[in-house]
Design a binder for this molecule. Structure first.
Ligand code: GDD
Ligand code: MG
Length: 374
């Protein structure tokens, strides 16, 4: 079966993680984000993938190659300018089979695509949307279903006063090629706002996947959540299988002298000095170093980053090649971009974002204890 993956968005909300790397290839635990999607698709019989790229397509292609490593045929289609979700699909038309799967490139899921294809065939649908349930549907596409699972209404980004169901579109569709007849060529077209409404009552169905794991990994908070859910094995992934019952993967070449508490993943030639405490819910990528007595919990430290001695890292992301000086505290959703340097004795907290190229001198940033704030 064939799948088209939409990866043309700029990933603005994930910055600074996407300042230097396009979202599909941002590393998640130990592999590029979009590889989770590819592995999931392959488990459900997909062997042919069309990547619909916009922004930084070449680097996506450089990282993923031709897909043969994953046992997939993979082709890349690059739009001249962003065409929107349906416009991008239209642009890929020459490559498409009679029936294919279309997925948003920013979701992490293990939903049962095989069951959805079977449902699509049973109803003779033109399009079948995967549906998942969320607490707050306002940032998504809300779907009202009839008893026979035909879509009665589709409301993209519904206003809060219009919420009467918890079912939203998960961004994974089974489609017949005839859907493309509804998409005008050569302009930006939104599949959610212009195509689904036309298909209501004309062959659009929904398959609820109430037990599936599903997350739109659109912000650094959700990036951390996705990491935790993978290493806790709340979502079925190849990485989770590798972690097994110990919930731990320490590469044989890593030099660990401190304490590691699972779930945790420690990459090749990473170094954890004596007295350091790593975990739980920590990923140290290849070549990361952690100084003596440093404490890291619920955090991701990407390739080659160097964390000094006596630091505290909690609920944060440190991108590749960043350096954190001794005694610094990086906490509560702070994100350091690629190659950032933080001198000794700084405090970064409450969602602070440091963009690539920033160099913070020693002791430059401190927060007084809460009780001293006015
Ligand atoms: N090639 C290409 N060109 N891809 C695009 C373009 C484009 O112009 N615009 C968006 N995409 C890709 C994004 O990279 C992303 O993977 C996917 O299409 C969806 O775009 P988002 O910008 O992430 O949309 P959203 O999250 O606000 O809403 C969509 O996803 C929700 C589920 O996460 C909608 O499909 C909602 O209906 C759905 O509920
Ligand atoms: Mg999204």
């Amino acid at each position: 079966m064939q799948a088209v993956i939409l990866v043309g968005g700029e990933g603005m909300r994930l910055r600074p993680l996407t300042s230097t790397v396009p979202k599909p290839v941002v590393p998640l635990v130990d592999r590029p984000f979009v590889v989770y999607l590819l592995e999931w698709l392959r488990r459900h019989g997909v062997d042919d993938v069309v990547m619909s790229c916009g922004f930084l397509a070449t680097s996506v292609r450089n990282v993923l190659g031709d897909g043969s490593q994953l046992g997939l045929r993979m082709r890349f289609v690059e739009e001249p300018e962003p065409r929107g979700t349906a416009g991008a699909l239209k642009f890929a038309e020459p490559f498409l089979d009679e029936r294919f799967v279309l997925v948003n490139g920013d979701v992490l899921t293990d939903l049962d695509l095989t069951a959805q294809v079977a449902h699509h065939e049973r109803t003779g649908a033109v399009g079948t949307l995967a549906l998942v349930s969320v607490e707050d549907p306002t940032p998504y596409g809300l779907v009202r279903l009839d008893e026979d699972h035909a879509v009665r209404e589709f409301v993209e980004k519904p206003p809060a006063d219009q919420i009467d169901t918890d079912l939203i579109s998960a961004g994974a569709y089974v489609l017949e090629r005839s859907v493309l007849d509804l998409v005008p060529p050569d302009r930006s077209v939104s599949i959610e706002r212009e195509v689904w409404p036309q298909l209501v009552g004309a062959g659009l169905y929904g398959t609820p996947h109430r037990d599936a794991y599903w997350l739109d990994v659109g912000t650094p908070e959700r990036y951390l959540q996705a990491t935790f859910d993978i290493v806790e094995r709340h979502v079925d992934t190849a990485v989770g299988e590798r972690l097994g019952e110990s919930f731990l993967a320490v590469d044989a070449s890593a030099d660990v002298r401190g304490r590691v508490v699972p779930p945790a993943v420690i990459g090749r030639v990473a170094r954890v000095d004596a007295g350091a405490h790593v975990g739980s819910l920590v990923v140290l990528a290849d070549g990361v170093t952690v100084g003596a007595r440093t404490n890291i919990e619920r955090s991701v430290v990407l390739q080659g980053a160097e964390i000094g001695a006596d630091c505290v890292l909690r609920d944060c992301v440190v991108a590749a090649g960043a350096r954190v000086g001794a005694g610094s505290h990086i906490t509560r959703g702070a994100v350091l971009g690629e190659g950032v340097t933080v001198g000794a004795d700084n405090t970064l907290t409450n969602g602070a974002r440091l963009f690539p190229g920033v160099e913070l001198p020693a002791g430059a940033l401190r927060f007084p204890p809460e009780r001293e704030l006015i």
